[in-house]
Design a protein around this ligand. Structure first.
Ligand code: APR
Length: 234
């Protein structure tokens, strides 16, 4: 059914979460067995509060995640999505992921709602650095300010350009496919709803239930995303 819908669709938009990158080797956040937030409280570690009052633990946590996105990379599923954009099968990707794997696989039209771990910037003067500074344990800017990943921390607003692009793409979609998200974080989880309200078919591919499953036209829980994308790409 999904293969038919993709073939018939005029404007397919894909929305990805951490479940898109678990088959690359990165942990997600809320899966019962491996999720990062099963071990750490995001409010205490992934927040501006942590950056300001708990900077050692903040840096240690994000250095681990930077090392992860440098050690692992896109899997076949990311490549399939990049090829589908090339051939016009999909028009864009809205991602909550900060691993940069969609870009590394060759996708071009991407809204990174939560920023990227591939870059850092100075909390004081805003100067940008490559995240390899964290690998080299260079945690401070020349101005003396602390370097932090260019991601959206809890308590911060989403980047305006990514949000606007995601809104435009969602409103144009006639097929909106969610890949690997628990759809529990706002405002990112508003996009599948908006797509549905704008008349798109909503498909959710996710191994656990999500709060939007009852809105979806199709829910696929028994497939791993990478395998499903490979099968659909035959
Ligand atoms: N195939 C299918 N589903 C998978 C796979 C897989 N290979 N691996 C994991 N999943 C599913 C899990 O069942 C889980 O419900 O992906 C979902 C990932 O959900 P979360 O871990 O909550 O990740 P995500 O929805 O992207 O989190 C949103 O929360 O912490 C913030 O900013 C962070 O962007 C993140 C946001």
């Amino acid at each position: 059914m999904l293969e038919k819908w993709i073939a018939e669709s005029r404007y397919t938009v894909v929305f990805t979460g951490a479940g898109m990158s678990t088959e690359s080797g990165l942990p997600d956040f809320r899966s019962s067995n491996q999720g990062l937030w099963r071990k750490k409280d995001p409010a205490k570690i992934a927040s501006t509060e942590a950056l300001n009052n708990n900077v050692e633990e903040f840096i240690a946590f994000y250095r681990e995640r930077v090392l992860g996105v440098k050690e692992y990379g896109p899997h076949k599923g990311h490549e399939v999505l990049a090829n589908w954009e090339e051939s016009g099968k999909i028009k864009s990707i809205i991602t909550q992921n900060v691993d940069g794997f969609h870009q590394l696989a060759g996708s071009k039209r991407i809204a990174e709602l939560h920023g990227t771990l591939q870059k850092l910037h100075c909390e004081n003067c805003g100067r940008e650095y490559d995240s390899s500074s964290y690998v080299k344990e260079a945690f401070y800017c020349e101005c003396g300010g602390v370097l932090r990943p260019s991601i959206v921390l809890f308590g911060e607003s989403l980047p305006q350009d990514a949000f606007t692009f995601a809104l435009e793409e969602t409103e144009k979609a006639d097929l909106f496919i969610v890949l690997g998200s628990s759809l529990t974080v706002t405002p990112a989880n508003q996009f599948p709803m908006l797509a549905k309200e704008s008349g798109a078919k909503l498909v959710i591919v996710n191994q656990d239930d999500t709060p939007l499953d009852h809105y979806a036209d199709l829910v696929i829980q028994d497939r791993k995303i990478g395998e499903l994308l490979r099968d659909l790409d035959n």
